[in-house]
Design a protein around this ligand. Sequence first.
Ligand code: GLV
Length: 309
Amino acid sequence: MRVLLYFPGDGLERWASALAALLPEAEVRAWSADAPAFQADYIAGFRPPPELFDREKHVRAVFNLAAGVETILAVPTLDPSVPIYRLEDAGMAEQMADYASYAVLRWYRDFDAYSELAARGEWKRLKPRRKRDFTVGVLGLGEMGGAVARRIASLGFPVRGWSRTPRASAGVEGFHGTASLAPFLIGSRVVIATLPLTAETRGILDRDAFAQMPQGSYVVNVGRGGLIVERDLLDALDSGRIAGAMLDVFETEPLPPDHWLWRHPRVTVTPHASAVTLRDASLAQVADKIRRCHRGEAVSGRVDRVRGY
Ligand code: GLV
């Protein structure tokens, strides 16, 4: 079997060697725009260039080296009958749970306010908040959202989760479907977005959503930038409806250096780093999926193209 690996940026050859070591029965190659067609059976990678699928006409399956699949689904040259599989957790869920825990504890324990006081040399104790008044709402209860919700619950916060279809998770109050989005938001002091970007979720955190959240609440986005209407967030920050945001993903990435989000005093920007694709864990998972697929066995993580994730 032939496996072609592609992602933009550095290290492609190194990743290809690592994948070859995990799949000794395969011929593994790193994509090169100058090389002739490889006749690949399987493509593994992220953000493949459209010409890859013009050239490779016998692809049996695509293994997305990321959890989010909106970019692979947007490739116009990919035959719609070719199955796509995405990464499932592969070490990302724990990273995301760490990021979300930091955000929640930072706001719950008033660390920003203490930093401001410290900058003035002011010794002043702030009134403690109560966890029962600090409900955390997690948008999306998949691999990532589920792990985030469980971790925040383990810290003693009341946690609620919203998903498209019902999802049970111990210690997490479940909300599902469009009609329950408003009741979910109304009770969430912190909203953590972990959703995939689909036609249904684009702009889910907009003016109306912020207006439903309690005055002085907080937003974390570790899903995709398009989940938030950035202009509406600016208005919500300026009105005080939203007291702070930690954003890891943006409508435009890299976030342009002159973007207002970099400079807003109540916004923390991180460069799509809340959960990075870990080479060893991801390639081990992809190698296993390729091998199963090649043997005709069931493979988990198949993307439903209509649903969009
Ligand atoms: C990262 O953003 C991913 O989708 O895995």
